[in-house]
Design a protein around this ligand. Structure first.
Ligand SMILES: NC(=O)c1ccc[n+]([C@@H]2O[C@H](COP(=O)([O-])OP(=O)(O)OC[C@H]3O[C@@H](n4cnc5c(N)ncnc54)[C@H](O)[C@@H]3O)[C@@H](O)[C@H]2O)c1
Length: 324
């Protein structure tokens, strides 16, 4: 019999890709979200519109019990969004997370996956662009990103408590900047790779584009297909502690823009807006534990992933008649 999986946040970027991934592997999938996927219909066997901040909706979402629950629903966006909004993000996500976990316990769940974030890592360890890659144990003593990071760290602990007190098997991944096609690329919730792809696609050869900060801040970026493989391997593993799912190739935002400009075949000039949020100064993933636990590491080079992402965003803008 097919395994039953629930994907929360199935209308979002990673959740939608994950539904496709699980369907290809023969799962029966229920997807839930407060919205449908933005760019194409969900291939889920059932897709339900539910606001998971409400406990009764979490009971509906988890009814019948599941072999695997992949919990990706969250109120989130890029650095502009998560630094501007603290109260709503924290409240919404605490409600979604606590209610879905309790509903999973009541309705029966084989394994529960939680999508945490690199934003849990202490800000005092990310003050230099040439940052030491972050190991899982660095999360404590805690000093996470206000709001979004704090709430993720709290949920990591709640997963641990449900495992200890109720024997609910939980798996926790700390994602580091996931990008790829079908991700939001404008409107305020987009992340740096998609925002830069959009700006460069809309620019003419030789035009100026705006960069948030001085461009010297560093990050690592993981392509969606590698993220899905990491999620899946972690879910099948026996490892219950939080694990990084990210790339360990660190680039500056300037370098990221240069790679995209090269893909686009355009010369661009950069204007730095220092008033815009840039988040921590530097961040990179230490993948030592990932390699040890999953016997695997990300496979898709940044240039290749960005090429696919750029072409997709360029094509969306072309379909909308915004570029020729
Ligand atoms: N994309 C990244 O780089 C990244 C990095 C770290 C962590 N994460 C985590 O991974 C998960 C998925 O991220 P994503 O990039 O796909 O984001 P996303 O915003 O595309 O997807 C999240 C989905 O959750 C849904 N949602 C929000 N509030 C809801 C509610 N009250 N009820 C039901 N659904 C609700 C949204 O509608 C959205 O479709 C999130 O938990 C996010 O915090 C993502």
């Amino acid at each position: 019999m097919a395994k039953r999986a629930l994907v929360t946040g199935a209308g979002g970027f990673i959740g939608h890709h994950l539904v496709k991934f699980l369907k290809e592997r023969g799962y029966w999938v229920r997807g839930v979200d407060i919205k449908h996927p933005e760019f194409e219909p969900s291939p889920a066997d059932e897709f339900e519109l539910l606001d998971l901040r409400k406990f009764e909706n979490c009971l509906i979402a988890t009814r019948g019990g599941f072999d695997e629950v992949y919990h990706l629903a969250a109120d989130m966006g890029g650095i502009g969004y998560i630094t501007a909004i603290h109260a709503d993000i924290t409240r919404n996500n605490v409600l979604i997370n606590t209610n879905i976990l309790e509903a999973c316990r009541i309705n029966g769940t084989g394994r529960f996956f939680f999508s945490s974030s690199a934003c849990v890592y202490p800000q005092y360890k990310q003050k230099s662009p040439n940052v030491t890659p972050l190991k899982e144990e660095d999360a404590w003593p805690a000093d996470p990103e206000e709001g979004y990071g704090l709430e993720k760290l709290f949920m990591e602990k709640l997963c641990q408590y449900y495992r200890e007190d109720y024997n609910l098997e939980t798996r926790v991944a700390r994602f580091h900047n996931i990008y790829g096609p079908l991700g939001t690329y404008e409107g305020g919730k987009e992340k740096a790779p998609a925002a830069l792809c959009r700006k460069i696609a809309l620019a003419k050869d030789g035009d100026e584009i705006e960069i948030w900060g001085d461009g010297k801040q560093t990050r690592s970026f993981l392509y969606i297909d590698d993220c899905l493989e990491g999620i899946y391997r972690l879910m099948q593993s026996d490892y219950a502690e939080p694990l990084n799912i990210g790339s360990d190739r660190m680039v500056t935002i300037d370098e990221l823009a240069d790679i995209i400009a090269q893909i686009a075949g355009k010369r661009i000039r950069k204007r730095y807006d220092l008033s815009k949020p840039q988040g921590v100064r530097g961040r990179n993933s230490d993948n030592t534990k990932m390699r040890e636990i999953l016997g695997w590491e990300p496979q898709i080079p940044l240039e290749k992933g960005l090429e696919i992402t750029y072409r997709w965003i360029e094509n969306e803008l072309r379909k909308a008649g915004r570029i020729s």
